[in-house]
Design a protein around this ligand. Structure first.
Ligand code: AKB
Length: 315
């Protein structure tokens, strides 16, 4: 039986993934942790512990005392915040991953999950259908930390046999929690404004196409990757993963089908430069071949689902 530790459980991904892990493995088998004590109220379905991932001693005691067999390490400083606090972002993103990989080696954990991102790609990467193996050269601190992290994952797999698995997420869009500090986050905020009947000010240009994914697809991909037989995992850095690609204008038009009076204006800021350095679309054929990945949602299906469900979570 697995015993799973989720680090950064109260974040955008963790809030939904932790629930799916509890459903899959049993509520008693999952411990959710987060920096923030206030997050406790989100986790009435499993045990919750306050944990600063930089507190290596507490992390180690949890792994040892609770006989943890799998870690999902989701805590990170994202792209936009990372550009404001580069050294902090580097330290948190790298030190925390290395502590988790070391614990996985020392305690012979069964599996580790660590998210990477399309931010590993940079301005010299081919933008359309970006291949799995390609020049990267990221130019954000977040992207550099994810690229280095991918290599560390591969190193721990090859050198120590740590079964660490990873996905390069596109921008994730969900309605159950608010994201924080990302460049793709406009695509979450816009739904809140549409439902509030307010005009939306977009920090990207109208034609800035980025790879995106609806949260149910991201959860499905993560669980499928982690449940796949070890032999089928051929990529030990991180898998390309695609859902959909759209521009702010296309997203606005999808919402307007439901809210004809909705208005938008474009005021690009420093995040435009980050978006310009990332791909327009992703080739995920390796994930499709190795563990049968295929997404369920397109833009209009996502919009319909979010507009229907968001008011329950943010009345
Ligand atoms: C961000 O925008 O920083 C993240 C990401 C693409 O990894 N959502």
């Amino acid at each position: 039986m697995e015993k799973i530790l989720v680090i950064g459980a109260a974040g955008q991904l963790g809030s939904e993934l932790t629930k799916s892990l509890a459903e899959l493995h049993g509520q008693e088998q999952v411990i959710a942790t987060d920096l923030n004590e206030q997050a406790r109220s989100k986790f009435d379905f499993c045990r919750f512990e306050v944990l600063d991932v930089m507190n290596q001693e507490k992390l180690k005691s949890l792994v040892k005392d609770e006989k943890i067999t799998q870690i999902y390490h989701l805590a990170a400083v994202l792209s936009a915040t990372g550009e404001q606090k580069p050294l902090f972002a580097w330290k948190l993103n790298m030190d925390s991953l290395l502590s988790v990989l070391e614990l996985a080696r020392e305690f012979k954990l069964n599996k580790v999950y660590w998210p990477s991102s399309i931010a590993v790609f940079g301005p010299n990467t081919p933008k359309i259908k970006t291949p799995q193996f390609v020049v990267k050269e990221p130019n954000t601190v977040y992207g550099i930390s994810k690229q280095a992290g991918e290599q560390w994952c591969q190193y721990y797999f090859e050198k120590y046999g740590v079964d660490v698995r990873s996905l390069r997420y596109p921008g994730l869009i969900g309605y159950k929690s608010l994201p924080g500090g990302g460049t793709t986050d406009y695509a979450v905020d816009i739904y809140h404004k549409a439902l509030a009947g307010e005009k939306f000010t977009c920090f990207l240009k109208e034609d800035s196409s980025l790879p995106m994914m609806y949260m149910p697809d991201a959860i499905k991909a993560t669980i499928e990757l982690m449940e796949a037989p070890k032999e089928s995992i051929k990529v030990r850095s991180s898998y390309n993963l695609a859902g959909m690609s759209f521009t702010p204008k296309e997203l606005f038009e999808s919402i307007k089908k439901h809210h004809p009076d909705f208005e938008i204006e474009y005021q690009p800021d420093f995040r435009q430069q980050i978006a310009d350095s990332w791909p327009d679309s992703i080739d995920d054929s390796q994930a499709r071949a190795d563990w049968n990945w295929s997404p369920d949602y397109d833009l209009d299906q996502m919009t319909t689902d979010i507009l229907r469900n968001l008011p329950e979570y943010f009345p």
